[in-house]
Design a protein around this ligand. Structure first.
Ligand code: HEM
Length: 169
């Protein structure tokens, strides 16, 4: 079945693939106030990892200060959005910025595991010794990031399907 092209259906498709249920979206939103003071630290860890790997460092050298704010804004949004059409549109635009700059899609895929790793201690802190709450929080973050990745990488598929204009001889 082809991927849906309207934003509402595409957002529903991304949520379904990643197992991002309404209950998990509620879990994310219920965590927003608790995690926000720590999102600056999550951003620090994200860029520290990108700077420690030569392949990614080459792309962000001298730009980390300007990239931090949009990245931090996205993290804030992650805990406040409904993962609907508006979010899909924003994430597709962010994905397109990466595709346009020529970043390999591999960076986004691996980058999500870095975000996952940095968010885990933050979401677990308020659920210590409550195994069901811990599991629910981890599953929600995992699904939210998976859904976001489907939306982000969409721009790559769209660009690949669009033939480049002919080059001048
Ligand atoms: C995986 C999750 C990631 C998210 C959510 C994310 C988020 C963002 C955001 C919000 C922007 C600003 C885009 C705009 O508004 O125009 C941006 C730009 C950028 N990101 Fe990421 N990013 C991710 C992964 C990565 C990785 C792994 C790299 C590796 C180097 C990277 C490198 C860049 C670069 C170079 C730009 C500037 C692109 C340009 O020249 O316009 N990002 N990113």
């Amino acid at each position: 079945m082809p991927r849906p092209t309207d934003l509402t259906s595409f957002a529903a498709y991304a949520r379904a693939l990643a197992g991002l249920t309404s209950e998990r979206i509620e879990t994310m939103r219920a965590l927003a106030a608790e995690v926000e003071p720590y999102l600056e630290g999550v951003t620090d860890r994200f860029y520290a990892r990108l700077e420690s790997v030569p392949e990614t460092r080459a792309w962000i050298d001298g730009r980390v200060e300007s990239l931090r704010k949009p990245h931090r804004d996205w993290l804030t949004m992650l805990f406040r959005t409904d993962f609907g059409a508006g979010y899909a549109q924003t994430l597709m635009r962010i994905g397109d910025a990466h595709a346009k700059a020529g970043l390999p899609v591999d960076f986004l895929i691996a980058g999500m595991t870095v975000v996952q790793e940095a968010l885990q201690p933050v979401v677990l802190a308020g659920a210590r010794a409550k195994p069901f709450a811990e599991a629910a929080r981890l599953a929600s973050v995992n699904a939210a990031l998976g859904c976001s990745l489907v939306m982000l990488q969409r721009a790559y598929a769209t660009r690949a399907a669009t033939p480049s204009p002919p080059r001048a001889a």
